[in-house]
Every structure is written in structure tokens, then in C-alpha cells.
Design a protein around this ligand. Structure first.
Ligand code: IVH
Length: 708
């Protein structure tokens, strides 16, 4: 079911109320004048609800400028009177509110409504298109509902509004003009090419495009009809339309050649019961993210003409229709920075880092940016307020900068001059930039990672050397390191005898690293140093890790269902590499770890009952069941150990390593210059040991880990 946000701004006093009215008026005026507003929908709605709530409590204080006094949609613009007022719709935000609304409608007409039309609430702006004898005559905006602006000049670029109808009828078709996502992208591209500011979102784009006169370029929009009514000289058609169910009016209009939502995934459907309506509401809600145009809700209408007639209309909205609002999927937030990530094939893709913002129940901190040209085309700048769209499972996207919110402090986005992954040159001949190393770019990065200090720790194998090896075709994955020959290395530039022998010796040592480090070197997503240690300690051998299914992997502390599935999938892909490592004689076991018993054996039943049973480490280990934090500089026997090596040591000795002190910490190893962690441990009464005491505690394991 769709969950609604319907919170309101809380206005404490008359001054806060006046300020809110002012803010709403400025936003509405800006929106209706230019198609742009400094408030996103959510913020505007919250403000409007706050104003309405205040007015309900203080009816004597209502200001003339209040947005609640108008036909919703804004100020009067234009001087073409509407034959019948263009009304707005009341809103509901939940299944309960919808059920209450249907009950009151049915009470009013004295019978159940047996046919509901359930249709998308198109997120654009309402217009009336008049046709005389089948020819297009005039296009009018809603304006204040009683009179609108003549925007006939724009009709030629509105897809779905034909110049001639299929029959020579005189009729007014009403509906929504919007920009599809494609039209929005194309429109903004053309606009910025001509030096114009991009539209913040498709709705603003449609509004601005309708109003614009004498543009040097053409921007298309799309019309969707959602109703029709006769004009004074429509003749018999008037009576016919008055008796047709709404659904048939829509089919009739479509038959005349006018575009409706009929061909879309969210086409209007008829529902007989409130339950059926709700099912369609939910279906439309989940289709929303994938639609090629924006919707902001679902409109539900009593379908039969008699039901509509008897329900009648208020001054603002009809009583036979309601808008079931969907949560806002657009927010304005700040573009903080741009990251450049290199994909598997060497494509360098920019990603926007945003000031985190909550949209439709999730926090959005990043958005896709397609390529550098796209950034230029959209004139995005660091520090810009940007309109961000996020619905359902789609990756959030920036629609455009909100140009009129610029302060002048925005700065250009720097494009990388060399590959951010490997430092090589960038091929900028295509829209999507690519590292000149292509797929080998990732290879350099993944081999360098594998050789890194916390993985195989191969001294003398920095990125430059890896680049050399890859370029010479000697290394296609990091397993190839283990079969490098002396002569091959000597043939490389700047590789003398000493460096060659040192490198070969370092590789030899790497062959005997514990499984946790070999596994970490594989670079399986989501398995960094400590997760790799946990996995290695749990399974003890690579064979068992590879054989583990999703359920078994979840036995490892910190691995949930999703991560387990991802690890299993990635290990399948890595099977050839692992086989190559095995063939090269790389160690595939974790010293000191005992594998978990086979499920279903007697041993397994016993192990389950064992306190703190952590996959075979056994209860005799000195740190069994303990959570240990290390802080400050280590001294004595521990002096040379990196933090990662300290954590390895803790885990070999049966403990769990952690980086922060809490109530659950069993021991803090505090070296020289230990700071806040020590204070916190003292406050919490956590046991504290100096490095020497700790070294004594884990002495045996210290020796065992010499090679780690
Ligand atoms: S019916 C008298 N149907 O939503 C009935 N309106 O918030 C009024 N809208 O002013 C309109 N999709 O601009 C109707 N399928 C739809 C609609 C729709 C979008 C807009 C329309 C209206 C506004 C009210």
C-alpha cells in the first residue's frame, strides 16, 4: 500500500503564519510566472497544509494573499474566460482517507458507486483545447480556474493535440500538458545550447515552454486528455457528452485522434469496488518509477454521468472525483561534489555527491551523472541547488540545477585530466570517457589491491610496477604474479638484478600468506580486511568457502542474506582465478582455524551447544568470546604490527576486533598516546591492558602469525 507523507509546517503565531503566506505566494508567483519555484512540491505542500491548519484555528486572521483562498494552482493569469470553471481536485493520502471519501460520496447520492475510473494524475499543467468543426482553435491554460491565458502559439509543438480531429465536431478537450522524460532531456539540451538556463524539472519545463513566445528553437511537450465538454455551439454532441460515462468520453476523445493515457502502462481502468480501486492505486504506485513521464498521484472518478451530476461540485473541486496523492519524489538539495569512478571496461563515470536528502522514505546521497558532456550540457556547478528525482528502486537522478537559487558562489565541476584509477591518459573522443587502458585499467587496480599491505603485502610491487607488468602482457590477473620468471622481470625497464630478486622473494613470501589475506586479495565486494578474516576463520579452507551456500555463509558474523548471496555469486565468477592460485601453490588455509563440523553430524550438535562457538576456534583460545579494541601506539613485541595485523592477532586468539569502545567491549589495548577511547573505556569500566600485558596474553599466537 502507498504510504503518504502528509505532515504540515507548524505555525506558532500570526507572524509565522504571515511569513508562511508570503513564502508560499512568492513561490507560487515565481512558479506561475517562470515555471520555476524555489520550493519543491513537498515543501510547498507542507507549507500550504501548515497555513490551512493555522487558518482553521484562527479564521479571523486569514490573509487575502493566502494560497488557500484561491482555486489551487495559483494566481490568475490570462483573460480568456472558461466556459465551465476548470476545477481542482481534493486530495486523499491513504486507503483509510479514500474509504472515508467514497462513503461520504455514496451517502450524498444515496447509493453505492459501482463504477470508478482509476487513472494517472499526470504531473503537468491543466489546459483546455478548443476545436471548432474539427479544427484546432485555441489552447488556454487553467489560470485561476475561471479565466486562463491563450497559449495557442505553442500548440504546434504539443504532441497529442492534432490540428484536425477525425470528425468535424465542436468540442473542448481538457487535459494535462507535460514533458516526458525524453522531452525534458532534449528540451534542456536545446535550451542550454542556446545559452538558456535549464528547467529544474519536467513540470517547470512544460509550464515555461507553453508560455514562451518567439523562441529560436522548438521544444516539444505532450498532451494527455482526461475529459471533454461541449462548447456553446456543439449542437447535439452536448447532450451526448452529458450522458456518457467518463470512460466512454475518454474513448470518444481518443477516437477523435487526441492523445490520452490509454496506451500507457497506467491506462485508465474501471473498478467496481473500493478494494479494486486500491489494488489499481497500488499497481500504479509501483509502476511510477519506470514510467516515461511524471505522475504525482492517481485520480479516481465516479464513472457514471448520473453519479457525477448528483454529486455536483464545490467551488474548488468536484465531489465525484478525488486525487489519491503519491509521495513526492523530487527534492531540492545541494550538489556537494562529483566523484569519478572507473568501471570494469574502463569507462570513467561521474557520480554526484549530494547533501543527503530524504525522498520517498529513503536517504539519497548520490545521483547518477551520465558523462562529462552531460554535466556541461546541463550547466551543473558545484554548490548548486539541484532538483533530484528518486522513485521506487531506480537510481536517483539530478533533473537540473535550480538556477534562480544560485548565489554566485557555485564553482565549475573539474573534469579529471588522467584516469582517477590508474593515472593513465583518458580517451575523450566519445561522450563517455574511457581510460586508455580500457579493461586493463581495472586490472592494474585489482592487482595493486591484491599486492597491497593488508592483502598479500608484496613489497616492491607498487602501481607503476603493476602497470609495467600489465603492459608487458605478463599479468592478466594477480595469480600470474606467482608464475613470473626472473628473465621476464629482468627484461623490464628499470628492473635490475636486485629489484628482481627482491620482488621474487616478496612474491614467494606472499604465496604462504594466510587464507584471510588471500581471500581479501580477491576483492570480493563487501569483504574487506575484517570480514575476510571472519570468513577465513569460520571456514578454515578456501575449498569450504567456495562450497558454501547462501545459508552457510550467513553463519559468519556480520553476513546477512543479501551479502551472502552477493558473495556466493561473485565467488562463482572468481572460480577460475581461485583455481589458478591453487595451481600456483598459493596457501589456501587459515592457520589456527578449525573448520566447522559438517551439518547434521554429531559433532555439529555438540558444537552448537558450545558457548561462544565461533566456527571451530574452540573455547581454549585466550580471547574467546571477547571483543577487543586497540588504540594508541603499540610498543614492545607489538611495535611493528599495523592495526590490521593487530586485528588479525586478536582474531587468531579467538577474539573479535572492533574499532570503537562500547559497553560490549571486553578489553581495550591502550598504547602510548591513547586518547578518547581510553577515557571512554575508563568511564564504562572496561578492562584496559598496556601492549606488554596484551602480548603476554596472546604470546603463542603472536609467534604463529609471523607470516601474516
Ligand atoms: S480531472 C474537474 N484527471 O490535477 C476535474 N485531473 O490537482 C478536474 N490532473 O487540475 C480534473 N491528471 O490539472 C483530472 N487524470 C486526471 C488528471 C488531472 C492530472 C490535474 C489537473 C487538475 C489537478 C488537480
Amino acid at each position: 500500500m502507498v504510504v503518504m507523507t502528509n505532515s504540515a509546517a507548524v505555525l506558532a503565531d500570526a507572524a509565522a503564519y504571515a511569513a508562511a503566506v508570503e513564502e508560499a505566494s512568492v513561490a507560487a508567483a515565481a512558479y506561475y510566472a517562470t515555471g520555476e519555484s524555489g520550493l519543491d512540491d513537498d515543501a510547498y505542500d507542507r507549507l500550504a497544509r501548515g497555513i490551512a491548519a493555522y487558518e482553521a484555528d484562527h479564521p479571523e486572521e486569514v490573509l487575502a494573499a493566502s494560497p488557500t483562498g484561491k482555486v489551487a494552482g495559483g494566481a490568475a493569469v490570462g483573460d480568456v474566460p472558461h466556459t465551465v470553471p476548470m476545477l481542482s481536485l481534493d486530495n486523499v493520502f491513504s486507503a483509510e482517507q479514500f474509504a472515508t471519501w467514497t462513503a461520504s460520496l455514496e451517502r450524498r447520492i444515496g447509493r453505492p458507486v459501482t463504477a470508478w475510473s482509476v487513472e494517472p494524475k499526470l504531473d503537468g499543467l491543466a489546459v483546455a483545447a478548443r476545436y471548432r468543426d474539427g479544427r484546432f482553435e485555441r489552447l488556454i491554460t487553467r489560470g485561476d480556474g475561471t479565466a486562463g491565458e491563450d497559449v495557442s502559439h505553442a500548440a504546434g509543438a504539443v504532441v497529442g493535440l492534432p490540428e484536425r480531429l477525425a470528425e468535424p465536431v465542436t468540442i473542448e478537450v481538457r487535459g494535462e500538458i507535460l514533458m516526458t522524460n525524453d522531452q525534458f532531456d532534449q528540451g534542456n539540451a536545446i535550451r542550454t545550447e542556446h545559452g538558456g538556463a535549464p528547467f529544474a524539472n519536467p513540470r517547470n519545463g512544460a509550464a515555461g515552454t507553453l508560455r514562451a513566445k518567439d523562441r529560436a528553437y522548438r521544444v516539444e511537450t505532450t498532451f494527455f486528455a482526461y475529459g471533454a465538454l461541449p462548447l456553446p455551439d456543439s449542437g447535439e454532441l452536448g447532450e451526448t457528452l452529458a450522458e456518457l460515462p467518463h470512460s466512454e468520453v475518454l474513448s470518444y476523445v481518443a477516437g477523435l485522434g487526441v492523445h490520452t493515457a490509454a496506451g500507457t502502462d497506467v491506462a485508465p481502468v474501471l473498478a467496481a469496488t473500493v478494494e479494486e480501486v486500491q489494488a489499481r492505486v497500488d499497481a500504479i504506485g509501483s509502476l511510477r518509477a519506470a514510467l516515461p513521464f511524471g505522475i504525482d498521484g492517481i485520480v479516481i472518478k465516479a464513472d457514471l454521468a448520473a453519479d457525477q451530476r448528483e454529486a455536483g461540485s464545490g467551488t474548488r473541486a468536484p465531489r465525484w472525483a478525488i486525487a489519491y496523492k503519491l509521495p513526492a519524489v523530487e527534492k531540492i538539495t545541494r550538489l556537494v561534489s562529483v566523484e569519478w569512478n572507473v568501471g570494469r571496461t574502463g569507462i570513467i563515470a561521474p557520480r554526484a555527491v549530494l547533501e543527503p536528502v530524504e525522498i520517498d522514505g529513503s536517504t539519497v546521497g548520490y545521483a547518477t551523472l551520465h558523462n562529462p558532456a552531460d554535466i556541461t550540457r546541463r550547466d551543473l556547478r558545484l554548490g548548486d541547488q539541484v532538483m533530484v528525482y528518486k522513485a521506487g528502486d531506480i537510481i536517483p537522478r539530478i533533473e537540473a540545477p535550480v538556477v534562480h537559487l544560485r548565489t554566485g558562489d557555485e564553482t565549475p565541476i573539474d573534469f579529471p585530466e588522467s584516469c582517477p584509477q590508474c593515472g593513465s591518459a583518458i580517451d575523450t573522443s566519445e561522450q563517455r570517457w574511457r581510460c586508455t587502458r580500457g579493461r586493463n585499467c581495472r586490472l592494474v587496480a585489482s592487482v595493486s589491491y591484491a599486492a597491497g599491505r593488508d592483502q598479500l603485502d608484496i613489497e616492491g610491487l607498487g602501481a607503476t610496477r603493476v602497470v609495467q607488468l600489465v603492459d608487458a602482457g605478463l599479468v592478466a590477473d594477480f595469480a600470474d604474479l606467482f608464475t613470473l620468471e626472473r628473465a621476464q622481470l629482468l627484461a623490464l625497464d628499470r628492473m635490475g638484478e636486485t629489484s628482481t630478486d627482491n620482488l621474487l622473494a616478496a612474491i614467494e613470501t606472499a604465496r604462504t600468506r594466510p587464507l584471510s589475506r588471500v581471500f581479501c586479495a580477491l576483492g570480493v565486494r563487501g569483504t574487506g580486511r575484517s570480514m575476510s578474516r571472519r570468513i577465513a576463520r569460520y571456514f578454515a579452507t578456501m575449498d569450504r568457502i567456495v562450497a558454501a551456500d547462501v545459508d552457510t555463509l550467513q553463519q559468519v558474523d556480520g553476513i546477512g542474506k543479501e551479502k551472502a548471496a552477493a558473495v556466493v555469486a561473485e565467488l562463482v565468477e572468481l572460480a577460475p582465478l581461485i583455481a589458478k592460485l591453487v595451481a600456483a601453490g598459493v596457501n589456501m588455509t587459515e592457520p589456527g582455524a578449525t573448520p566447522p563440523p559438517e551439518p547434521g553430524t554429531e559433532e555439529a550438535a555438540g558444537a552448537d551447544a558450545e558457548a561462544g562457538g565461533d566456527g571451530g576456534t574452540g573455547p581454549t583460545l585466550p580471547l574467546a568470546g571477547m571483543t577487543v579494541v586497540v588504540t594508541g601506539a603499540m610498543t614492545g613485541a607489538l611495535e611493528k604490527l599495523s592495526r590490521n595485523q593487530m586485528n588479525e592477532l586478536i582474531e587468531r586468539a579467538g577474539g573479535k576486533s572492533s574499532s570503537s569502545v562500547s559497553k560490549r567491549t571486553s578489553l581495550l589495548v591502550a598504547g602510548d598516546k591513547a586518547g578518547s577511547k581510553r577515557t571512554k573505556a575508563e568511564d564504562l569500566g572496561v578492562r584496559i591492558a598496556v601492549p606488554e600485558e596484551f602480548a603476554e596474553l596472546v604470546g603463542a599466537f603472536l609467534a604463529a602469525g609471523e607470516n601474516a
